[in-house]
Design a protein around this ligand. Structure first.
Ligand code: CU
Length: 179
């Protein structure tokens, strides 16, 4: 009898567990510097919805300024430092560029079909340094995230390569590797 119950419980678990595990991902986010990955800032939870990928931040101490920050899916799952524009180590450069499977080379934002697939809506930092406002990425699915990195930039994002490349967000300040 016990054995039957256990077998039943195990088969129910086997059926349900993969669906539960696949339904969302909690991605740990860290401050980054030219020395590599630093303090943990919290998590961003990613979940598929009928409208697209929902990313819900639960972050603290993201730093100033408050307001919208450039936020993207970068192509490599590595938040380490790498050569910056001047060749010296710069934060988060090991994550590579924005996820761009179609090789468009264009930064046009989360709704455009002719640009980086990894362009996300901006991450809003509250005046107290927390970030809690969810964003929706209509062209991404949870499975697109595996093996890449979420990146938060120092400045905003105008969804254009002008006047500055890649939305003008500049340096990389926080990052999370997606397993
Ligand atoms: Cu970026």
């Amino acid at each position: 009898m016990h054995r039957m119950l256990l077998t039943t419980a195990l088969s129910v678990f086997a059926l349900v567990a993969p669906a539960v595990l696949a339904a969302e991902k909690s991605i740990p986010i860290h401050a980054i510097s030219a020395n590599g990955t630093g303090m943990g800032l919290g998590t961003i939870t990613a979940k598929d919805t009928p409208q697209g990928l929902l990313l819900t931040p639960d972050l603290k101490q993201v730093g100033q300024p408050a307001g919208p920050r450039g936020f993207h899916l970068h192509e490599k799952g590595d938040c380490g430092a790498g050569p910056g524009a001047d060749g010296r180590p710069a934060p988060g450069m090991a994550a590579g560029g924005h996820y761009d499977p179609a090789k468009t080379g264009k930064h046009h934002g989360p709704h455009a079909k002719d640009g980086h697939k990894g362009d996300l809506p901006p991450l809003v930092v509250n005046p107290d340094g927390t970030a809690t406002l969810p964003v929706l990425a209509p062209q991404l699915k949870l499975r697109d995230l595996t093996g890449k990195a979420l990146m938060v930039h120092a400045g905003g994002d105008n969804y254009s390569d002008t006047p500055a490349p890649l939305g003008g967000g500049g340096g990389r300040v926080a990052c999370g590797v997606i397993k």
